[in-house]
Design a protein around this ligand. Structure first.
Ligand SMILES: [Zn+2]
Length: 485
């Protein structure tokens, strides 16, 4: 196909600068499967600091290409990543990625229904779907999910290696929240969602449905692996349960301790909270404006970031982050803490006792400006028994071992507070789950006849590393939960 035919030239609002260069590209607002049409956006600057990206070369000439072309896919991924990274860079704030000043992006690594962040690059793939070939790097939902992993890793690096169901699940939740908040930065998206939901922001919408297209591709192969209308829907009714008591995997309709599944508890609470905060911040709660939605989303993003920063890495991480959010929200808007408490208590992420004590703690902390910074505090490495994994010596893992500044607890189904399991117990449960799901690459360590095999094509998130006569468990990547073969 001639290049000129790939470009949308007549219907677009393409402009040329004085030098004759195009200043706009076409991009998706959110997932290609959401039913949206491309919009015109300024040409993104991938080299912009502090969070620069390195894309495959040569870059297509900036222009307004048709969906379905590799040029369109390049620029829609670039636009979404620049928009999302600019959003987070201003709020964290960040001077660089965990991997350095530039993050590599591999737009199409081959056939797979997946995408992942591996501390080297953001990696995307293509795969079959009833509607044709699906490219994970074409979905702003998915690229902003993977970028969210890289953002969180850049300011809370201990979460990378922590052997803990809740911290691993939170990484997935933050990545989905990154996709949602990045989409909200588009004025046209805010207008569309408020119109679609009739002012009831917390109802199911294009914004809450994440990765519709890839969800459909996976559903065609494994109907119970994803939500019925997308990969994961932020509008859900999942309630916290201690992940230690959950199965290691389950159909999408049920909760399991698998990180993508369990992430939906926190994401659902966050999305519901955003709707509740919008209602109290809007001058007309039943008709919030797009400007009020943007301001509220930015408020809650700031509260979330601060809460993550000052939360010690512990086994019941959800309660720690939620408790910190309640504490911090009053400084932004006096009505915010009540809304957050209501949501987190309804979801059992905070017990009633914790929600109350967190607020009294908030009052006692008035005037205290010093915030505990855990960013440089390493996690304790502990040797856990590993003979049941087929290893003939203990396995050394990083445990969620930070000291607590206050005890926040989640709630059991009978509303009683759940006393958190100790750091070693949480790590052991997490590693059991990893081996159960076949997510660990033995890397030739141990006796092959004792290994637990799950097939060569299963994507591994962790690997074994032999060092100085010891065996360590190390994380290799966070994926976006599409790994189904
Ligand atoms: Zn992910």
């Amino acid at each position: 196909m001639a290049k000129s035919k790939k470009r949308i030239t007549r219907r677009s609002t393409a402009k040329k600068s004085d030098a004759g260069r195009r200043t706009a590209i076409n991009a998706w607002e959110d997932d290609p499967g959401s039913g949206a049409v491309p919009i015109s956006r300024p040409v993104p600057d991938l080299a912009k600091k502090p969070l620069a990206f390195s894309f495959p070369k040569p870059a297509p000439v900036p222009d307004q290409y048709h969906p379905g072309t590799s040029e369109f896919r390049y620029w829609t991924a670039a636009e979404a990543l620049r928009r999302g990274a600019d959003f987070w860079a201003a709020r964290v704030p960040l001077t660089k990625w965990e991997v350095g000043s530039t993050l590599k992006v591999i737009l199409d690594e081959g056939v797979d229904l997946n995408a992942f962040y591996d501390r080297k690059a953001l990696n995307f793939f293509h795969g079959p779907s009833p509607g044709g070939t699906v490219f994970s790097g074409e979905s702003p939902d998915i690229v902003c999910h993977e970028m969210g992993h890289a953002i969180l890793d850049s300011f809370k690096p201990q979460l990378w290696g922590a052997a803990s169901d809740e911290t691993a699940a939170f990484h997935e939740s933050f990545a989905d929240i990154s996709a949602i908040l990045s989409a909200i930065q588009l004025p046209s998206m805010r207008d569309a969602v408020l119109k679609e939901t009739g002012g009831h922001f917390s109802s199911n919408s294009r914004l809450s449905r994440l990765a519709e297209q890839l969800g459909a591709a996976i559903r065609a192969q494994q109907p119970d692996a994803v939500d019925r209308d997308c990969l994961r829907n932020a509008v859900n009714s999942f309630v916290y349960q201690d992940p230690i008591d959950l199965p290691s995997s389950a159909p999408a309709s049920q909760l399991s301790s698998e990180p993508h599944s369990f992430s939906r508890v926190f994401t659902g609470a966050f999305y519901e909270a955003l709707g509740g905060l919008l209602a109290v911040a809007a001058s007309d709660p039943s008709h919030p404006t797009e400007g009020e939605l943007l301001a509220t989303a930015n408020d809650v993003a700031g509260i979330l970031i601060s809460a993550i920063k000052q939360a010690p890495v512990v086994a019941n991480w959800y309660a720690q982050v939620a408790g910190n959010m309640v504490q911090l929200a009053g400084a932004v808007n006096k009505r915010y803490p009540g809304v957050l408490k209501g949501v987190f208590v309804r979801r059992s992420i905070l017990s009633l006792q914790s929600a109350t004590s967190v607020q009294s703690l908030q009052r006692s902390m008035v005037g205290v400006s010093a915030v505990q910074d855990w960013s440089a505090e390493p996690l304790a490495k502990v040797a856990i028994p590993a003979s049941h994994y087929g290893l003939d010596q203990p396995l050394i893992v990083e445990t969620p071992s930070h000291a607590r500044t206050f005890l926040a607890t989640s709630a059991a189904p009978d509303a009683s507070p759940i006393q958190p399991v100790n750091a070693v117990g949480a790590a052991q449960a997490f590693v059991d789950d990893l081996f159960n799901r076949g997510r660990v690459d033995y890397a030739g360590i141990g006796r092959p006849d004792a290994w637990i095999e799950h097939g060569q094509r299963r994507l591994r998130s962790h690997c074994l590393v032999a060092r100085a006569n010891s065996i360590y468990l190390e994380r290799m990547l966070f994926d976006c939960g599409l790994c189904r073969h």
